[in-house]
Write a protein that binds this ligand. Structure first.
Ligand SMILES: [Cu+2]
Length: 619
């Protein structure tokens, strides 16, 4: 019997056609072609679609533009679920010093590829130094698949996917020296040219990991992370605004046009920030479950594997986005995790490349049971107070920190299940407009037990002490004050010639076009408009967090979105209004869709923070 990537039975002829198409596409990808090459070769048409050449399209019907039509990919080989424990990434170890010592100006003589001086090095001198490198590594993602050729970060103690976790404290700056030791031969996909972005960091531009600050093999780049609160050099001099505290950050490769490939190949990891309230110790501060024992980062990625070789497969031709049929958590396919019957904090990160998740807790022996949990953070930023929910939806690059109390499940096995129905890269099914294989309306949320089981929690039966606070009694930070904007700008996200545009334009070839200039230390509102029909775009703006003022005029939005965010899902036909205050540092930053395929197909723009802002209403 033959199956497609959604587990649907297909005929032998259909399967062969899919297999050949996938092979042909992979050969072109291995040849290192970019989207610009594909356009030149006429493989992407002016109508914006992959040329309907037999044997190439990743769409079942090349003209289709609907969230209802499954993508055209053969199923990955079979793998067993819950045979490996959840991997916990190593905490990155700093080094005593770097040689040569870091310099404010780029040390190009020694091989550094930075192009601008550190702007805040003297103000926030680094207290911790890390020397990391990016390597090819042979890693296992499942005992039922061959070893995989991944690209992984190494902090000097061995390469990992996901990479080592940085654990930092507010008040102490980090300097990370990052060497590119990737191989010339990509082994199928990936470009050995990198720019590491610290997602959600309040980071000076030259250390942000801007998509065009990429550097090549044999070179390094020093990134200075001040670990300071927004407002420290402006609205809240000397301290920063405590209500801007960040907690769950992550890093990933952000190379222009190649972010999806390089991230999919493994160049990702967590970066956690603690302070005097979110201490990592359940006996102090907010009394959140202690790190690292009961505070667990989890990175979700979905991947495709070649049905014949079992090798990790990337599909450059899925311009809609890539959906995998294998669900990895912290780099392993469907792991189990032994927990104690007490409260845990989980930091859930959707690392894409294109999938949205809606997380539920499922008791396999009682599918009708409702199993609430607490959302305590959106995009890793603590909410004013915990919100009890039965499910939580996130898109690519969004995070949510949750507290699950396993006391109620003592002695049982419980699943973390994704019940969001999504069949192609465009986004989740919306409402009731699609039908399933039997002609019945397809639901947006799948029934309990029919979604994707991600992790199995095996809960011990012996009672234990739990010194963490009850989330019902917790209170965190207030939301930063909302004040009138200097300017309100509008951005339309749309298709254009088969790719993805913002206000009718793509990111320029070398990111040289500055689309707008924000006045340093000013307030702006940005209106994001979805002009692309049923698509959902998770829109990320670097550097400053925003608050969602309204969705389609409805304010405030969902309780879990009364928060600070750095990615906002722009859902079908939506108009979302955001509040920003751009402070402290200056320089270049991007805004882009974080469906990594969309950003690589140009749904990105460059903006700047400058002493004098411009007044472009539709940049
Ligand atoms: Cu998008």
């Amino acid at each position: 019997m033959y199956f497609n990537v959604f587990g649907e039975k297909v005929s032998k002829g259909r399967y062969k056609e899919m297999l050949n198409a996938a092979k042909n596409r992979r050969e072109l990808i291995a040849a290192g072609l970019s989207r610009r090459d594909l356009i030149k070769m006429g493989l992407i048409t002016s109508a914006g679609l992959l040329a309907p050449i037999k044997g190439l399209s990743a769409r079942r019907s090349p003209g289709s533009n609907s969230v209802c039509v499954p993508s055209f990919e053969p199923a990955s080989p079979k793998t067993r679920a819950f045979v490996e424990p959840l991997q916990i990434m190593r905490i990155a170890q700093p080094v005593a010093s770097l040689n040569p010592a870091p310099t404010i100006a780029p040390n190009t003589k020694a091989g550094e590829s930075r192009t601008r001086d550190h702007q805040a090095f003297k103000l926030f001198p680094p207290t911790k130094f890390y020397q990391v490198s990016q390597h090819e590594a042979q890693l296992s993602l499942s005992p039922d698949l061959p070893m995989q050729t991944m690209w992984a970060f190494d902090d000097g103690h061995g390469p990992q996917f996901p990479g080592h976790t940085y654990v930092s404290q507010y008040g102490g700056a980090n300097l990370v020296r990052n060497f590119n030791h990737l191989p010339e031969n990509n082994g199928g996909f990936g470009l050995p040219s990198v720019s590491t972005h610290l997602h959600n960091g309040h980071t000076p531009s030259e250390s942000d990991g801007f998509p065009c600050d990429f550097f090549e093999r044999g070179h390094f780049y020093d990134q200075h992370y001040p670990n300071v609160l927004a407002g420290i050099l402006s609205t809240h001099p000397g301290t920063g605004d405590i209500n801007e505290s960040l907690s769950t950050l992550f890093y990933h490769d952000h190379r222009l046009n190649h972010t999806a490939q390089n991230g999919y190949k493994g160049l990702t990891g967590f970066y956690l920030l603690f302070n005097e309230f979110d201490t990592g110790d359940e006996g102090t501060g907010f009394r959140l479950p202690s790190f690292p024992e009961f505070d667990i980062p989890m990175m979700f990625t979905d991947k495709l594997f070649d049905p014949e070789t079992g090798d990790l497969a990337f599909d450059l031709f899925s311009l809609d986005g890539i959906l995998g049929d294998k669900f990895l958590v912290n780099g392993k396919i469907q792991p189990f995790f032994k927990v104690q019957p007490r409260r845990y904090r989980f930091r859930l990160l959707d690392m894409g490349p294109s999938r949205f998740y809606e997380f539920f807790l499922t008791d396999p022996n009682n599918l009708n049971a409702r199993n609430p949990f607490f959302v305590i953070a959106n995009d890793g930023n603590l909410l004013p107070k915990p919100v009890q929910v039965e499910s939580m939806r996130i898109g690519v690059a969004e995070r949510t920190d949750v507290i699950i109390d396993f006391r109620q499940f003592a002695g049982k096995s419980i699943f973390l299940e994704n019940r969001l129905n999504q069949v192609n890269g465009q986004g989740p099914i919306v409402g009731t407009e699609c039908v399933d294989a039997n002609g019945n309306p397809a639901s947006e949320i799948l029934p309990a037990g029919q979604g994707n089981f991600l992790v199995r929690f095996d809960v011990d039966s012996h009672p234990v002490t739990d010194n963490s606070a009850d989330p019902r009694t917790m209170k965190f930070y207030d939301l930063p004050e909302i004040v009138p904007p200097r300017i309100t700008r509008t951005f339309r996200f749309d298709r254009l010639n088969g790719q993805w545009s913002i206000n009718g334009e793509f990111i320029s070839d070398h990111c040289e076009v500055i689309r707008l200039a924000v006045q340093q230390n000013s307030v702006e509102n940005w209106v994001l408009e979805n002009a692309s029909g049923d698509w959902t775009h998770p829109i990320h703006i670097h550097f400053e967090e925003h608050q969602i003022l309204s969705r389609n005029g409805v304010r405030p939005p969902l309780a879990v979105e009364r928060s600070r965010k750095d990615v906002s899902r722009l859902q079908p036909n939506e108009r979302v209004q955001l509040f920003f205050r751009f402070r402290d540092f200056h320089g270049r930053y991007p805004m882009h869709c974080h469906n990594m395929i969309h950003e690589d197909h140009a749904m990105m723009l460059r903006w700047e923070i400058e002493p004098e802002g411009d007044n472009k209403l539709v940049p």
